[in-house]
Design a protein around this ligand. Structure first.
Ligand code: 5AD
Ligand code: SF4
Length: 468
């Protein structure tokens, strides 16, 4: 077969799979189901929406139940814990497959880009039918077709790709908000991080394609978009006609129907004054930034290859707060990076006290084989890490509580996201700064932006009341 482009080729395979699935359905007298389970970050969630889009087009019915005809784990490998979780759950899947030998089990995502993982899977987890990686998510139909046709295990891992395939199906978990990839991969090689090895080099999507996608989403009722990239601040630098991230934001702002714009993740080293200016002037960009610190020690930041110092970071925060006084700031911090001393750790505590984050994700350093940090001397003993981690968490939590209390009693615009799972007759939504509020309301409000009085700050969230 000759195809003019990749998306046409994949459409062909989707159709081929659809016919095979239809025949199976007729034989069984029921619909076939597919379950995609996502581990890890927003990028993986977005990839899973694409995988589900393809599976739905093929004819599978989506389910959350892992007793499905096809189960796909979209894996994460950023920390060792993530990997251990997958191996544990595979044991559980194996038992399900014992009862349903026709079941297809697939694994994809970041873990699959590590050769030692695939080796282990091939040796000890032989019941897996489909293995592919992060670079070829878009060929799911082609791989599945081969599996359905031959009954053999299919494995396809690419080392990298320069290709960005547009115009493939994707489903949305929420009707009113959606993640939009603006770039793929990462070029930063922070010394602790496996991401550049498993997600490849940085590639930006064409701004025209991004805007086209957002216009279509807005026409379909989406009011909030989250622009996704490992380092959005370096967006566009490698395009044939380079544009800055700030310029992209200006263009997204023009899209009618879009009411809220978020983005992640920002790397402090590339955060420009132009971006701060655009955010300050914008009516749609949410007053929120996730700005990973990783460590407050300039000595460790250098060993982490982060390209900023403690002082640089604090200066950025000062500029942000000056231009956008009510901006919500969140961060990522690693405790126990090799060689971290008590003094280094105290520098981290110092930054946390000075910045006063709204919330922070804290991680215990995890050794990832193949990264430079894994080879570094002076790995910190577990007991020391644990003690530091607890101290850090205590400080972050007490600050978060105080920060949340500041808005108590005020009325804020809130995008209603879902029915509250615990409180009957309540819904939950988010403020511009990403804080969550629960308040009495009906399902019809989901996807709407309403005014809510924040009656009571409850530590990390609010209880509120809608204002007419
Ligand atoms: N160990 C611990 N945390 C890590 N992160 C990335 N790599 C590691 C690692 N090896 C954290 C960083 C990053 C977040 C997504 O995960 O803080 O910002
Ligand atoms: Fe990893 Fe650093 Fe790239 Fe983030 S910027 S994905 S921490 S290498």
């Amino acid at each position: 077969m000759e195809f003019t482009n990749e998306s046409e080729k994949q459409q062909y395979y989707m159709e081929q799979c659809r016919q095979l699935i239809q025949a199976k359905e007729q034989k069984l007298g029921r619909k076939l189901t597919a379950c995609v389970v996502t581990f890890g970050c927003q990028m993986n969630f977005k990839d899973s929406e694409k995988l589900l889009g393809i599976l739905k087009q093929i004819g599978y019915e989506e389910t959350d139940d892992e007793h499905a005809d096809l189960v796909l784990y979209n894996t994460c490998t950023v920390r060792e814990n993530a990997n251990l979780k997958i191996y544990g759950r595979l044991g559980y899947l194996h038992k399900i497959k014992d009862k349903n030998p026709e079941m297809i089990i697939g694994l994809c995502g970041c873990m699959m880009q590590e050769p030692h993982v695939v080796e282990k899977l091939n040796k000890s987890y032989r019941f897996i039918d489909l293995i592919f990686g992060t670079h070829n998510v878009f060929i799911l139909a082609e791989l599945l077709y081969e599996r359905l046709l031959t009954g053999h295990k299919v494995e396809s891992i690419w080392d990298g790709t320069t290709e960005i395939v547009e115009d493939l199906p994707s489903i949305r978990k929420y009707d009113f908000k959606c993640g939009v990839n603006i770039m793929f991969g990462c070029n930063n090689f922070c010394t602790y991080c496996i991401v550049p090895y498993v997600r490849g080099r940085e590639r930006s999507r064409d701004p025209e394609e991004i805007i086209k996608e957002i216009e279509a989403l807005a026409a379909d009722g989406v009011v909030e978009v989250m622009l996704l990239g490992q380092n959005v601040n370096s967006y566009g630098k490698t395009l044939e006609h380079p544009i800055s991230f700030a310029e992209l934001l200006r263009r997204v702002e023009q899209v009618e129907g879009v009411e809220r714009i978020r983005f992640m993740t920002s790397h402090p080293k590339d955060l420009s004054d132009e971006l701060i200016e655009v955010m300050a002037q914008s009516k749609k960009i949410c007053k929120q930034m996730h700005l990973p610190l990783q460590s407050g020690s300039s000595r460790l930041l250098d060993r982490m290859n982060r390209h900023y110092t403690k002082e640089d970071y604090l200066l950025i925060v000062e500029k942000l707060r000056k231009a956008i006084p009510d901006i919500g700031l969140t961060t990522d911090i690693i405790v126990g990076f090799p060689g971290e001393t008590e003094e280094d750790f105290e520098e981290t505590l110092d930054v946390v006290s000075k910045v006063r984050y709204d919330s922070a994700f804290t991680f215990i350093y995890s050794k990832r084989s193949g990264t430079p940090a894994a080879e570094m001397e002076n790995q910190v003993p577990e007991s020391v890490i644990k003690e530091r981690f607890d101290r850090l968490l205590k400080l972050i939590n007490s600050i978060s509580k105080e920060k949340t209390a500041v808005l108590e009693g005020t009325t804020q615009p809130v995008l209603v996201e879902e029915k509250n799972g615990k409180l009957e007759g309540y819904v939950s939504g988010r403020l511009s700064n990403n804080s969550v509020v629960h308040f009495p309301g009906c399902e019809q409000l989901i996807g709407k932006i309403v005014s809510v009085n924040l009656k009571e700050a409850k530590g990390f969230y609010y209880m509120g009341e809608m204002v007419e």
